[in-house]
Ligand binder design. Structure first.
Ligand code: ZN
Ligand code: ZN
Length: 274
């Protein structure tokens, strides 16, 4: 299982001096499995644009995208995802059925690919798009022995956490989640238990968390707490604040690493093999 980070920031893309080491694109992670030609993509933040360029160059025609939730930083990159504009591509989207939340298909058709926000309506997209929905807790068979499980997270409007199992390896994608003291973490700990790699929301420092209660995000301390409790093997600090420069994030990485030796900061353009 090969994990690649295409976008690691939360909220909005950022760039410039002090932001180059970690990268400035928003959430997008690809998982490549040895017996599968196309990667499984988690979220379509601005980081998916560069991934799309690579997929087109490699003539990957069958694409799977799993979406955590519909906040703009997790969907904005789809507009400029080049395979979407290629009629020989098939894209299958996965997102949960959530009460009181529109489906991903409705969001794309009626909100995102619409005037005045975007000039091309969804019906005119050349790629073939399929939408698969599921309920929290359903086991989703992605084919080639890849199985996806889901869990509702603590985030305004809800976000979905995922666990991907393939043969004897697993990867957990836990972002846009507030791990507060009021949150009962029993289900989450069980969900991520002993995974090979857990990616976790690390938007704020513990100090900045104090002024962002209820915003739906966590600190590196919560990420480490969950990693230890659940005996995960590696922890990727993810969805970092666009306000933080490299120096501050490298300090956060050092602090987390001191507490949990498997912790590291997800860096755009980097990857890890499990
Ligand atoms: Zn986000
Ligand atoms: Zn969000």
């Amino acid at each position: 299982m090969q994990i690649n980070f295409w976008g690691v920031r939360g909220s909005y893309p950022c760039w410039g001096a002090g932001k180059d080491t970690i990268g400035g694109q928003t959430s997008c992670v690809s998982v490549t499995l040895s017996d599968r030609h196309s990667p499984i993509i988690f979220d379509m933040g601005s980081g998916i644009v560069d991934l799309g360029r690579d997929l087109l160059a490699e003539s990957v025609k069958d694409i799977t995208i799993v979406v955590s939730h519909f906040h703009l930083d997790h969907v904005m990159g789809l507009l400029f995802f080049k395979p979407l504009w290629d009629k020989s591509t098939t894209i299958t989207f996965y997102a949960p059925k959530t009460p009181d939340v529109m489906t991903l298909e409705t969001l794309l058709r009626e909100k995102l690919f619409c005037a005045p926000l975007f000039p091309v309506p969804f019906d005119q997209i050349p790629a073939m798009c399929h939408f698969k929905t599921f309920n929290f807790g359903d086991e989703i068979d992605l084919g080639e022995e890849a199985v996806l499980n889901s869990l509702a997270l603590n985030h305004p409007g809800t976000a979905t956490g995922y666990r991907l199992n393939h043969q004897n390896k697993s990867f957990c994608y836990i972002t846009d989640h507030e791990h507060s003291v009021e949150y009962n973490d029993t289900d989450l700990i069980e969900f991520v238990k002993e995974t090979d790699l857990m990616l976790f929301d690390t938007m704020y420092t513990p100090h900045d968390m104090l002024s962002h209660k209820g915003w739906g995000h966590s600190s590196w301390q919560s990420a480490v707490e969950v990693a230890k409790k659940a005996c995960v093997k590696r922890l990727a600090l993810f969805h970092t604040s666009p306000d933080y420069e490299d120096e501050k994030l490298l300090e956060i990485e050092a602090l987390a690493h001191k507490e949990f030796s498997g912790a590291f900061l997800a860096r755009e353009g980097s990857g890890i093999e499990l």
